[in-house]
Write a protein that binds this ligand. Structure first.
Ligand SMILES: [Zn+2]
Length: 493
């Protein structure tokens, strides 16, 4: 018997956690966070308590209560086992968006994570430029016997445990116990996204991951749908994030529209786009080249480009961080020494003003700081994230600047408030005024209704389960055998 338990990612956009069980093999497809579920209970100042995080998340139904699945320092600290063997053979990761991967840091490090090399590098970027624990787990608690024989609890931050990461190659099948997996690349808004076809002893399952046809990789999505049709699918888990939407522009339209706006701008062009969407970075990079400007990226993006550039398999896919049309922006460090008298403050102190991962960029030949931008505003497209708006205080955009916002539209009150705040910054610097808005150019990572219908028609699966959507009515209209499931429901193949 083969069945799938949906621990998240149904009747919801994101939070995918699908447990496939077949002939004793147990595999999770994705282990992501649901924004809507977390948002029901938690906010910036109210989160799961570290020492009790798993219990908190179990209580609220956010994480499935499965023994042997979670990191031992947490489970032992909470009295939820920890010495048992794990029954989970692997986690298959479609891509490194947080709604698919954010709970990986809770997992035991001996459970292998199968992912693309791109996903691995993006998770490495999370770990090394932030405080995440995707690739390396750092024990928070240790419970051990003290010298006098009593049980001791100590902090365990220093113990680093590498997670088992197994990178797969596109289109190259591999086996996990009794299940054979075919990872197939699809077009989405982050590098390295893979849909899966799983061959089990009772039949074949497809999982679309997140996909679209209007990005730079539409051929990949076409090929995936063809392979589904050839694989005689018994069940397809089919995403439907934007199934109620009408066709939009393409990523190439984003690129050309950005170029037009840049051409019409006399001063600095400022832009905001999803930081890990490197295909969007490409649109701005190409637009910069075509308008004789350079794209100024921040250190986090430079770090990601560096990781891709250092990989023999991925080199050349995106510009290197030292590309001649790229500049790396050196933001003001924590003490803000960048423009202080270097005679008084030493070179060493200047370096110490930055995190270890940031330091090498200070020596890059294409490093720039706010003075370079301020003095040559017409030469640049300046990336400014919503979390670094203070950089505008240093850069001081002068008259004739414009702002291109290439991000998703707000879809809840919290996001609307946040966007109002962003607006205040650009109004303050005279880049926009209250009646004349910024430029909005964005395309989604998800296909519209027509595209999802194309996936459903083309893949020719016997049965369909809608995932990553709150609208199963479209899937039902387009397929004769749709099974809609709720969280924690089990579906037999
Ligand atoms: Zn995604």
């Amino acid at each position: 018997m083969t069945h799938i338990t949906f621990h998240g990612g149904v009747n919801d956009i994101g939070g995918n956690k699908f447990l496939v069980e077949s002939k004793g093999t147990k595999i999770f497809m994705d282990f992501g966070m649901s924004f809507s579920q977390e948002g029901q209970f938690f906010s910036q100042f109210l989160g799961p308590r570290t020492s009790n995080s798993l219990n908190d998340l179990f209580e609220l139904g956010i994480l499935p209560k499965i023994k042997g699945l979670y990191r031992r320092d947490y489970t032992k600290h909470m009295g939820f086992g920890g010495d048992e063997e794990t029954e989970i053979d692997a986690v298959l990761l479609t891509h490194a968006h947080v709604d698919h991967c954010a709970y990986i840091p809770y997992l035991r490090p001996d459970i292998p994570i199968y992912c693309s090399e791109e996903s691995k590098l993006i998770m490495q970027n999370f770990d090394e430029t932030g405080k995440d624990q995707y690739l390396t787990l750092k024990e928070r608690f240790r419970i051990h016997e003290g010298s006098d024989g009593t049980m001791m609890r100590t902090k365990g931050d220093k113990v680093k445990v590498p997670r088992r990461i197994e990178t797969f190659e596109s289109g190259k099948e591999f086996s996990i116990d009794s299940i054979t997996v075919n990872p197939l690349p699809v077009d989405h808004s982050i590098p390295g996204v893979h849909a899966f076809i799983l061959h089990t002893s009772n039949g074949t399952i497809g999982n679309t991951a997140d996909l679209r046809f209007h990005g730079r990789r539409s051929e990949d999505t076409e090929k995936f749908v063809e392979t589904c049709a050839e694989s005689d699918l018994d069940l397809l888990l089919c995403e439907g994030t934007r199934v109620d939407a009408v066709p939009s522009l393409t990523e190439y339209d984003v690129e050309s529209t950005v170029a037009q706006i840049v051409n019409d701008t006399k001063g600095l062009v400022i832009c905001g786009y999803p930081i890990r969407d490197l295909d969007r970075l490409m649109s701005f990079y190409i637009a910069a080249k075509n308008t004789n400007r350079d794209l100024v990226i921040d250190m986090k993006q430079a770090y990601l480009l560096k990781l891709f550039d250092a990989s023999p398999n991925l080199k050349g896919m995106y510009p290197s961080p030292t590309d001649k049309n790229i500049k790396v922006y050196i933001q003001r460090g924590s003490w803000g020494l960048i423009d202080k008298d270097i005679e008084k403050f030493t070179e060493k102190q200047l370096l110490e003003d930055y995190g270890t991962w940031q330091r090498e960029f200070l020596d890059y030949p294409n490093a720039v700081d706010y003075r370079d931008i301020q003095n040559n505003q017409k030469d640049f497209i300046f990336y400014c994230s919503d979390y670094r708006l203070q950089d505008l205080i240093d850069v001081k955009p002068s008259k004739g600047a414009s702002y291109i916002r290439s991000l998703t539209e707000p879809f809840n009150t919290e996001m609307e408030l946040k966007e109002d705040q962003v607006k205040n910054w650009f109004v303050h610097f005279g880049v926009i005024n209250r009646d004349q808005d910024w430029y909005k150019i964005h395309v989604s990572g998800h296909g519209d209704g027509t595209q999802i219908k194309k996936v459903i028609d083309g893949s020719n699966s016997k049965k369909l389960v809608p995932i990553h959507t709150q609208h199963d009515e479209y899937h039902k209209k387009w397929h004769g055998n749709v099974v809609s499931v709720n969280q924690h429901d089990k579906v037999d193949l």
